[in-house]
Design a protein around this ligand. Structure first.
Ligand code: F7E
Length: 346
């Protein structure tokens, strides 16, 4: 029997990586898009071109009836709930929408599985996040956050994701569902949206190289993240659903780097060496010819920040046999190289 998987939010970075992985593993892959999309719509066609094997379903995470119809029709063996408002900065400006989509959307898909009578068959993966951890003073960041670390979300996004995490556990405990959380630390790559800092940097570096842009504006350069490659992480998501018992897992690299480190490496790819001058909002990054390449724009500061994220993936390494393959340096290089290639092709 061919296994069937449903991915909500299939058009996002992780959705695309995961759909391709599951297709390779022999699954029949279904994915949801939202909006008034017909097969002739450019967005629909773009997704279909990228993933010709994919069966597209139109269903918004806010619409329980549409989700229930989709689940009833497909009868999936596995559901990966990746649909969410996922930008932390955006969530401060749109906290109610974030709560509806990122928190209640999880309940909707879980309920859709139950309403379809599939709670004993369908395995469920919730895209939980390191943004549920937070303030340095509340945790043990030096050793890395593991599955038992205390939560302290610092954004409407993190708070909404915490609801998703707990409702998933609750459905596991209440109804015996195979419902699990992957607590993923930052994972990036060539498909990352340009509103996230890594892609913002890689795109700007490519444009600077092409002479289309002179400098880049950023917010907090000192924020540290545990950055891995999204392509490595989707294998972990799949493994989380292949175990005998449903459990929650941290997926991370176990290394942390600052936004400043990311900039240094990204500019090195195009032969520019950055020197940092000044402090706080006046800090700038200059290249070896003294040309300003990075400046601060305080608009990108967040009302509350997660200063440092470092994950401890020991459990996933031991129980799932999962670990990341792509180093931090390789990740930066692959993102810049891809943007250079895209620019030169356009
Ligand atoms: O910010 C700082 C910013 O927006 C990273 C999402 O996938 O990972 C992601 O959330 C850091 C923050 O990602 C700019 O303040 C500086 O400290 O790339 P980001 P994120 O907030 O870590 C987690 C695991 C998720 O679950 C989320 O869905 O970089 N930063 N300057 C900036 N960030 C942005 N976006 N833009 C800047 O100009």
């Amino acid at each position: 029997m061919i296994k069937k998987a449903l991915i909500t939010g299939v058009a996002g970075q992780d959705g695309r990586h995961l759909a391709k992985l599951l297709d390779k593993k022999g699954y029949q892959v279904f994915g949801t898009l939202r909006g008034q999309l017909e097969a002739s719509h450019p967005r629909y066609q773009g997704v279909q071109r990228d993933m010709p094997f994919l069966k597209i379903m139109i269903a918004d995470s806010l619409d329980l009836s549409a989700l229930t119809r989709a689940v009833k029709e497909i009868k999936p063996d596995e559901v990966y709930n990746l649909a969410a408002i996922s930008h932390v900065g955006y969530s401060f400006h749109n906290p109610l929408l974030t709560a509806d989509v990122t928190a209640k959307g999880v309940l909707n898909i879980l309920e859709a599985i139950r309403l379809a009578g599939l709670q004993d068959k369908t395995r469920f993966y919730q895209a939980s996040t390191s943004e549920m951890f937070g303030g340095l003073e509340y945790n043990r960041p030096d050793q890395g956050y593991d599955e038992s670390a205390a939560f302290h979300p610092r954004s409407p996004y993190g708070v909404a994701k915490l609801y998703g995490y707990w409702i998933t556990r609750n459905y596991r405990e209440s109804y015996g569902m195979y419902a699990t959380n992957g607590i993923l630390f930052n994972h990036e790559g060539e498909n990352r949206g340009p509103e996230f800092v890594t892609r913002k940097i890689s795109l700007a570096v490519a444009r600077i190289k092409a002479g289309d842009q002179e400098y880049l504006e950023l917010g907090n350069l000192d924020a540290k993240r545990d950055w891995g490659y999204a392509g490595d992480y989707v294998e972990g998501m799949w493994r989380i659903l292949q175990q005998d018992q449903p459990e929650d897992y941290v997926l991370a690299t176990g290394e942390t780097h600052s936004v400043r480190d990311f900039c240094n490496l990204a500019f090195q790819v195009i032969g520019l060496t950055i020197t940092w001058k000044g402090e706080g909002e006046d800090e700038v990054g200059l290249d070896q010819d003294g040309i300003m390449r990075i400046k601060i724009n305080s608009e990108y500061y967040r009302p509350a920040e997660v200063d440092l994220l470092l994950g401890d993936p020991s459990k996933a390494e031991q129980k799932l046999g999962w670990s990341r393959h792509t180093s931090f340096g390789d990740l930066v290089k692959l993102m810049v190289d891809k943007d250079l290639e895209r620019l030169s092709a356009s």
